[in-house]
Design a protein around this ligand. Structure first.
Ligand code: GLA
Length: 343
């Protein structure tokens, strides 16, 4: 059977998120099948700058109720270094992910800074990243900026709080200064939900007007039944609208969650049945992705093997096994892999 990257060489780049923790185990599979990698967490702020968390006996931030932590006391970029050098030495491209995300910064510390201080901290962070990882072909600059709640536009974050509503233009300009040759991407999730899509399009137009964005990231975290009904049509409509804007589309974090809580109609199904259903979803998604190959630059899966999917980790409190990816726990290709390679 063909490799994934061979099957899609005339369509788009195919990529996988990888983690330094299991990269060695996945290395052969990644080299055989993928054109690009994304660091799952290692290139985020808290992945790069070791942030010393105060544990249960520590202080909680009075508003966010999250643990306070100190800013970079030591820098620990080993994980990101490992991924980056693996990719470079294997001829694999790197998608940079992500420069400013509301879930990865020293909680409590950024809040205490003045806008100028936060700006210079971010300037320093972007500079550091650009010098250490100069060769990422694109960067998800701000991640998940748009609010999911009805009627609200931008999510409340420390960045919005300090820099105001037009903070994204400010941060994309800063990214342009440090990453003049990388495509700057605006990445978000639930892109197939019509109201969310409209808000993302609105944000993209603001960034395009300012001349600071090159592409749009569609996370594509879906569940087995997320796209039932008109979901696949909505996904198609999203690509259609983004393509019409003239932006490059990156599908950035695709996986198919099989958890029962996300799929209440599928209790107690045998693994083979679930595996087949996952394959059906991937097969339909890829038929749509192939239609939009002229606009789509890359399609990335959020992981390689089910064994190490984030959906099998901290989020999965009941430890129900989840089978969201193309390779099984032994890195053997699953039915989903076969279906999207043989089209
Ligand atoms: C979001 C982020 C990713 C990753 C996933 C879950 O989608 O963009 O970086 O953290 O959540 O693993």
């Amino acid at each position: 059977m063909k490799s994934l990257k061979e099957a899609y060489k005339n369509y788009f780049k195919v990529g996988a998120a990888v983690s330094a923790f299991w990269l060695d185990e996945a290395a052969e599979t990644v080299k055989a099948h993928f054109d690009t990698v994304t660091a799952e967490n290692e290139m985020k702020y808290n992945g790069l700058h070791s942030v010393k968390y105060l544990h249960s006996d520590g202080e909680l931030h009075p508003e966010t109720k999250r643990m306070l932590c100190h800013p970079a006391e030591y820098t620990t970029p080993e994980g990101a270094d490992k991924i980056y050098s693996f990719a470079k030495s294997s001829g694999i491209g790197v998608r940079g992910h992500t420069l400013a995300w509301h879930s990865s910064y020293p909680f409590g510390y950024f809040e205490k800074l003045t806008p100028d201080e936060l700006y210079s901290t971010l300037n320093e962070h972007f500079r550091y990243v650009s010098e250490r990882y100069p060769d990422c072909f694109c960067w998800d600059v701000v991640n998940e900026a748009v609010d999911d709640k009805h009627g609200l536009f931008l999510r409340d974050t420390v960045y919005k709080d300090k820099f105001g509503e037009d903070y994204l233009v400010k941060l994309y300009k800063l990214a342009r200064k440090h990453f003049p040759n990388a495509e700057l991407i605006c990445n978000d999730y639930n892109e197939f939900v019509p109201e969310k899509r409209e808000k993302i399009v609105c944000l993209l137009k603001i960034l395009m007007e300012a001349g600071v964005v090159d592409g749009v990231g569609c996370q594509a975290h879906i569940g087995l039944h997320t796209l039932d009904g008109d979901g696949f049509d909505n996904m198609r409509r999203t690509y259609e609208e983004y393509a019409r804007l003239g932006l490059k589309i990156h599908v950035t974090e695709m996986d198919v969650n099989t958890l029962e809580s996300e799929n209440p109609t599928s209790p107690d199904k045998p693994k083979e049945v679930i595996t087949h259903e996952v394959a059906e979803v991937y097969s339909k998604m890829f038929a749509i992705l192939r239609e939009y190959k002229d606009a789509i630059e890359s399609v990335t899966f959020w992981g390689v093997s089910d064994k190490y999917s984030w959906l099998n980790s901290f989020r999965n409190k009941n430890h129900v096994p989840v089978y969201p990816l193309l390779f099984d726990e032994n890195f053997r290709p699953k039915e989903a892999f076969e279906r999207i390679v043989e089209f």
